[in-house]
Design a protein around this ligand. Structure first.
Ligand code: CP
Ligand code: NVA
Length: 296
């Protein structure tokens, strides 16, 4: 069973195939509208955390491919409440054709993937957000030829999956995080194995110096609300201002906390390509599901 729990569950060739498929599906949708590619198929969507883009893009994506999506929020499925994760996985897998899960503990998607007997897609854990990376890579390749990218902010779930995707695509990446908020060593090792690990620094100015694109995300991720005061203090100097961004493009997975990791002016400027990123969640995930449906 092929699961998509992080970007490097795919080989480099498979990642390219998924992105190519996404681009083709995007173009085809614009010209011809919905298809019946996943006619009669169902996606089960488990959410332990809130979402706008992920829920709507997966649900809409299934509709546009002729399938159907079932939303299962925390009140429907308590991952550690009513029954063990492995039992949820085995039951769900008897009904649906794909399972998508947004959870806190990455081990939960691993367990879902082990037991579901249908493809399991990670829609964000505390450690990884590979569907976001698919959309990011699609956005980058639509706009740039061989860009240099700087991540400025937390070495979080979005950053970690992006580090892996960048390594697989041969993107030149620098990562600036405050001390104590670095990307996990294990992720850097995986990136090194896949291609090249990013240059890491604690200096945002150094990271963006040669960059065409600057990527940031919230400092306080979902579930970290108690760390808010500490993180706001620790991330001082990491805000993406007009001065730091210059004429570079801004990427952000959204939702943004304006006035924290990015100013309102930057987000509202023409440099921000964040709405293309958001739209590409839809196309990238349609490409992923279409590709997964064809695997053994
Ligand atoms: N970027 C992203 O995953 O957004 P949501 O949290 O709104 O799904
Ligand atoms: N790092 C953020 C990403 C949200 C899409 C979080 O985990 O809350």
């Amino acid at each position: 069973m092929t699961n998509f729990l992080d970007v490097d569950d795919l080989t480099t060739d498979e990642l390219t195939a998924v992105l190519d498929r996404a681009a083709a599906i995007k173009a085809d949708y614009r010209e011809h509208g919905s298809t019946d590619l996943l006619d009669g198929q169902t996606l089960g969507m488990i959410f332990e955390k809130p979402s706008t883009r992920t829920r709507v893009s997966f649900e809409t994506g299934m509709t546009q491919l002729g399938g159907h999506a079932v939303f299962l929020g925390p009140d429907d499925i308590g991952l550690h409440g009513r029954e063990p994760v492995k039992d949820i996985a085995r039951a769900l897998g008897r009904y649906v054709d794909f399972v998508m899960a947004r959870v806190f503990d990455h081990e939960d998607v691993v367990e879902l993937g082990e037991y579901a007997e249908v493809p399991v897609i990670n829609a964000l854990t505390d450690d990884a957000h590979p569907c976001q990376t698919l959309a990011d890579l699609l956005t980058i390749r639509e706009r740039f030829e061989d860009p240099t990218v700087a991540w400025v902010g937390d070495g979080n779930n979005v950053c970690q999956s992006f580090v892996l995707g960048a390594a697989m695509c041969g993107l030149d990446l620098s990562v600036a995080t405050p001390e104590g908020y670095e990307v996990d060593e294990g992720v850097l090792d995986r990136a090194e194995t896949l291609g090249t690990a990013p240059a890491v620094t604690t200096d945002p100015e150094a990271a963006v110096a040669d960059a065409d694109v600057v990527y940031t995300d919230v400092w306080v991720s979902m579930g970290q609300e108690d760390e808010r005061e500490q993180k706001l203090a620790d991330f001082e100097g990491f805000q993406i201002t007009e001065e730091l961004l210059g004429d570079r493009a801004l990427m952000h997975c959204l939702p943004a906390h304006r006035g924290e990791e990015v100013t309102d002016a930057v987000l509202e400027s023409d440099n921000a390509i964040v709405w293309d990123q958001a739209e590409n969640r839809l196309h990238a995930q349609k490409g992923l599901m279409a590709w997964l449906a064809e695997q053994e």
